[in-house]
Design a protein around this ligand. Structure first.
Ligand SMILES: [Zn+2]
Length: 90
């Protein structure tokens, strides 16, 4: 089990995340944790648009990503049960 007594606050993620979130999304490569299939973002099967977009692995239908847009925000969940992040948008 990880040592949870020594930690940094979430602000230390700002630098690495800004590098990831500022690149062209279609350049992303994904890998399915369930069937190990991998490929470019365009290979994912996307369902929606309401209540949001759900991208699934074309090999096994495992949820790769969920994206829900609401007034002033976008919720992003990577993977099937990894929680979600809410990003403010203009
Ligand atoms: Zn899969």
């Amino acid at each position: 089990m990880a040592d949870t007594t020594a930690h940094l606050d979430g602000n230390c993620l700002a630098g690495p995340l800004s590098e990831i979130l500022s690149v062209e999304p279609t350049a992303a490569w994904w890998r399915c944790p369930q069937c190990a299939r991998s490929g470019p973002l365009a290979d994912l099967h996307v369902y929606g648009p309401e209540p949001g977009l759900t991208a699934r692995c074309p090999g096994c239908a495992h949820v790769a990503l969920r994206l829900v847009r609401e007034e002033g925000h976008i919720w992003l969940s990577m993977g099937g049960s990894a929680g979600a992040f809410r990003f403010p948008v203009a």
